[in-house]
Design a binder for this molecule. Structure first.
Ligand code: FAD
Length: 473
């Protein structure tokens, strides 16, 4: 009997571990629910709700394949090895199949399970599934991991020209196994798991069904990717794929994205237009940060990639931090982004950069506090991408923005939200202002009567302060 353990990969198509398990024999599936561990990882409520909804879908999909799903509630991962061992004994399972998870706690958990299973002549088979290329396999001429994105990307392109990563075949329905002997456990809803938490009401924003993520991908490839290069930086346009929650929870695979991107080229690596190339490069940024997380695990231990930036004297300013978190900084584009995050669990990439740069440079507040806030609120919160994005903006990361190149949020706003449409959507108290005034309402008239805060930072002075702070280390 094979046990297939689903983690951040709740789908039945193109699933490395599921495919391997099904080749080896009849399967039973396992999902572990660990609310306390998720809290330690700062997982957002909206992300957990999304996950539990998808779990319900997965259960039905597995049932159609005659694969029974066992759910175990194990608050902390330190207790997972014993419970999993016990389950393998009850089910007479000799081999567990799972896809590798790259965080340090995840790797530690799996190493402990492996050690325990060894003693009982059982095995844990781990597969590369979350990335296009196995972590640890992309190396420079000196066999070292890449630290610069462009070189990493070049290596990936070379591999693509040999062949594009292929999807695993669809698996067949399995022999029907009855599991009367054990308690299968039930899939719970978010409200059942967190009875005291306010209800999550974003189900319509982020639907979950067997087909939804693939439909979203198809729509993006058929209608939007062609304009992606010119339009992706404008937050009021619906021009990016919005696939990040689905990719991060594993409802869709990265190979499915690549295959869809090159569908018109019959699966051959041949770039036809700049939109296609730009989207591919974004997928490779995702890939790059996953590989960085694996090769430089210090980044997931709250440490900067550039060790000397540990010496920066960040400001301890709870009030400024709170204003940033709640979208009350008095800088409209920042507040629009932070309010979009609170309202939808998602923020446009350009605005993620602007808000992160403002926190770490203009407010000179520790990037780790911003990283944590994003993680606590993002539906697509992903350790590797979030850490990579924050360290890029804070100039503490690998291949990050030079510390002296500081975005001016007002110029960014004027450039990427020229008519102020995005600001109007998320900061309704400014909706009546014209396209010029809306970016900086008090610039011409500091007595303008608005129910909106004055800017909490002078952008010129704080820019100089940030550069000095970096120069001094
Ligand atoms: C400070 C900061 C924090 C971020 N935190 C996260 C996070 O927690 N989770 C997350 O998935 N992305 C994160 N990103 C990257 C990026 O903002 C989102 O992936 C993107 O906005 C998701 O929207 P989309 O699916 O429409 O992307 P698209 O533009 O359609 O891109 C397609 C996919 O490529 C990947 N991708 C795109 N840009 C990046 C990038 N810069 N870095 C890594 N992967 C990328 C994502 O998987 C995305 O779904 C962060 C960026 C910054 C600057």
């Amino acid at each position: 009997m094979q046990l297939i353990w689903f983690r951040q990969d709740l789908r039945i198509q193109d699933h490395a571990a599921l495919w391997h398990a099904a080749q080896a024999g009849p399967c039973i599936a396992l999902v572990v629910i660990s609310p306390e561990q998720w809290a330690l990882h700062n997982d957002a409520a909206v992300k957990i709700d999304f996950y539990l909804r998808q779990l319900q879908v997965l259960k039905t999909q597995l049932k159609n394949l005659n694969i029974q799903l066992v759910i175990r509630h194990i608050p902390f991962w330190k207790d997972v090895p014993q419970v999993v061992l016990q389950l393998t004994e009850q089910l007479k399972v000799n081999c567990i199949h799972a896809n590798i998870e790259l965080g340090v706690n995840e790797l530690k958990r799996d190493a402990q399970i492996q050690k325990l299973l060894d003693k009982y002549n059982k095995s844990l088979e781990l597969y590369h599934d979350r990335t296009l290329f196995p972590v640890g396999s992309i190396r420079n001429k000196s066999q070292q991991p890449y630290q610069v994105f462009s070189a990493f990307k070049k290596n990936c392109y070379e591999r693509f020209s040999v062949s594009l990563p292929q999807c695993y075949p669809q698996i067949e329905a399995q022999p029907d196994l009855q599991l009367d002997s054990i308690d299968q456990g039930a899939v719970c809803t978010f409200a059942e798991l967190y009875p005291n938490h306010p209800a999550i009401e974003l189900q319509d924003c982020w639907p979950v069904s067997a087909e939804y993520a693939l439909t979203l991908l198809d729509d993006f490839i058929n209608n939007k990717v062609i304009h992606y290069e010119e339009e992706r930086d404008f937050p009021h346009l619906d021009s990016t794929s919005q696939l990040s929650p689905y990719l991060n929870s594993g409802m869709i695979s990265i190979r499915q994205c690549i295959q869809a991107l090159f569908r018109r080229q019959h699966g051959h690596f041949h770039i036809e237009h700049s939109g296609q190339q730009t989207w591919l490069d974004e997928l490779l940024w995702r890939e790059f940060y996953q590989h960085i997380l694996f090769d430089f695990p210090q980044v997931s231990k709250h440490l900067p990639f550039k060790a000397d930036t540990q010496k920066i004297h960040w400001r301890d300013q709870a009030e400024d931090l709170a204003a940033w978190q709640q979208g009350q900084t008095g800088i409209p584009i920042i507040d629009a982004g932070m309010r979009q995050l609170l309202a939808t669990g998602w923020m446009h990439n350009r605005v993620r950069m602007i808000t992160a740069m403002f926190l770490t440079k203009n407010l000179l507040i520790d990037w780790r506090l911003g990283e944590q806030w994003f993680m606590q609120h993002l539906i697509d919160g992903d350790l590797a991408a979030n850490n990579g994005g924050w360290q890029w903006c804070a100039s503490t990361g690998t291949d990050s923005v030079p510390y002296f190149r500081i975005f001016n949020p007002i110029s960014q706003s004027q450039k990427f939200d020229a008519n102020g449409d995005y600001i109007r959507q998320w900061v309704p108290e400014l909706a009546h202002l014209d396209a010029k005034t809306i970016h900086e309402p008090y610039a011409k008239n500091s007595n303008l009567a608005l129910n909106y805060p004055k800017p909490i930072a002078d952008l010129k002075e704080t820019r100089v302060r940030a550069i000095e702070a970096f120069k001094s280390i």
